[in-house]
Structures are given as structure tokens and as C-alpha cells.
Ligand binder design. Sequence first.
Ligand SMILES: NC(=O)C[C@H](N)C(=O)O
Length: 356
Amino acid sequence: MKKVLAIVFGVMFTFQMQAEKQKAYSDKGEKPRVIILATGGTIAGSGESSTKAAYTAGKVPVDDLLNAVPQIHDLADIKGEQIAQIGSQDMNIDTWLKLSQRINEIFDNNEAEGVVVTHGTDTQEETAYFLELTVNSDKPVVLVGAMRPSTAMSQDGNRNLLDAVMVAASPNSQGIGPVIAMNESVFAARDVTKTITTNIATFQSRNFGPIGLIYDGKVSYYYKSLRSSEAKFNVKGLKKLPQVEIIYGYADASAITVKALREAKVKGIVYAGMGNGNFNAQVGAELEAAAKSGIAVCRSARAGGGRVTLFNEVDDKALGFVVADDLNPQKARILLMLALTRTADANAIQDIFFKY
Ligand SMILES: NC(=O)C[C@H](N)C(=O)O
């Protein structure tokens, strides 16, 4: 109880300090500085017609994106940088490392009060969670994208970009951690997931809901995750991460893929299991062999909500497995890759999964 109160007061104190700092800043009549790091995606997508669905992601360069929403300059001093120009289905560890290293540098050198990352929606949640685990600052990092390309009728990107800049520039956003701000909602990186293939309301947090709501150019926050204060993973100087792959579970799955990964000597396997992270007998035998050979095996769930609990229908301790708790498989992979940069011990990895 004491610990919870200490955390709550600590968070309140930090918020107040940050708000004071920001207030002193705005009293000087200066605008907050926001750097926009562009990576591509549908928000930078271009199609042949305003009414047809076909388009190519990551076509529009950062300067054109910013020029399309001149109102952002009323909110902040804006600078744009092109980090990548890809559909986020092509997002990769290289770009994650580059992005995280650049954002840490921006905050360490006090180059900006906030960062906005424009990004495709397919893997936006993964990038957001990677940044949550590796960016060491209380300043806001706001990821934003669009479901309709910039050339479409009723495109959603311009409004989303304006809102994202507002969120990044708002004193209320100190200490919230990397978030996705889209469609008038703000989601914590850890919880958010893409739920619908094409709809503009695609981002949701099935377990916990949005942490904030946007309306009329303002953001209001309602809660903050207690999981966000753990020491960040240091990726400075790293060129790659331990290889972790995901395998999807289903009725009567064969063990071919698990065996192939064991033989390929990957460092970790995340199993997107059925129900509470379950697998059938043949897959279980291969996963056990993988764990015995030194591969970290993590049980996650394909269900899309809830969490995977220890020692339910599976004896994790005997098998040497860890559970992903409430992280979906793609986020469990990110935490496992980063955990493996610290330790290969299953108990220590499990501890990380229960803390981060
Ligand atoms: N809406 C989008 O951004 C989808 C696109 N494939 C991307 O992730 O880049």
C-alpha cells in the first residue's frame, strides 16, 4: 500500500514539476519545439484517385506532409526529419534502433519538448512499444498514422497529425510515455493494438481502453500505466537484437515450424497459443526440446485480450517456459529480444515480463 502511495505521489510530483517547467517556458512567449520524424506509411500514402482504395504507402516526403497541415506551426516550432520512407509492413530492427537512438539524442541534447513519429499503422504498435522500452525520457513521443492515404477523400491523416503535434506540445503529456494518438484517442504503447484491417477506428486497447481523449484541440488524460517506470533498455551502439520468431497455434498444428526454428538456433520463440497460451502435444514436445537446447520459449496468446498466466494447464517451471502476461505475441517478441540483451535465464526473463 505504502509503495502504491509512493508511486502515486511520485507521479503527481513529476507531473507538477514538468507542468511548472512548461509553464515557465510558455510564459516567455515561446512555442514548444516539436520534431517530426517521418517513417512513411499510409499517412504519407498516395493514390491515383480520391475515391479508389488502391494506393502506395510511404510516397509523400516529410516536408510535403508538414506543408499540408500549416496549422501545426501555430502549436509548436516544428522541424521535420525523414528517418525512413516505407510502408510499415517493411519496418525493421535497423530502423527501430535508428529511431530510438535519434529520439534519445533529441531529448539528451534538449533539441525539443516533444517528438512526433509519423508511421504506418500495420506495425505502429510494435514501434511504439520498442520506443517505450528504450527511450529514456519523460518527454512525449507521439506516434501517428492514417488509415486513408493523403490523396483520399475524407483522409484522416491531416487531422491526426494536427492532434499528434498538439499532444506532443501539451504540458499535460509529460511522463505519459510513448503513445499512439489517432482518431481522437490516445493509447499507451504497451496496450494498444491494431484491431481492424481498414477502419479509421482501428487502434484499441482491449484490456484497458485509451489513456486519453482528444477533442477540440485539447487532450485530457485519465490514467497512466504502473508498468512504465522500469529502467529502460540501453540500445545505444547496438546494430542488431537477438533473433526471436513467432509461431501461431491452431487445432492440430504440426511441430514443423518449432523444429525448424530450433534447428536454426534462434535465441527465442514466442508461441501465440490457443486460449491461455496452450499448445497441443506434438508442438509442446518440440517447444520443450527448444527450451532444453537454450532457446527462450515464451507463451503468449492468439486470443487478442486478457493475459497468459503461469502454471495453468501448462507446467512452465518444469518445461523452462516463460509467459507473456498481457502482451500480445508481437509485443512479447520485442520484450523478449530486449530481455535477451540482459539475460538468458528463464526466471530473470519471467521477472522482466511481470515488470515491464
Ligand atoms: N494504414 C497504414 O498505414 C497501412 C500501411 N500498410 C502501413 O502500415 O504503412
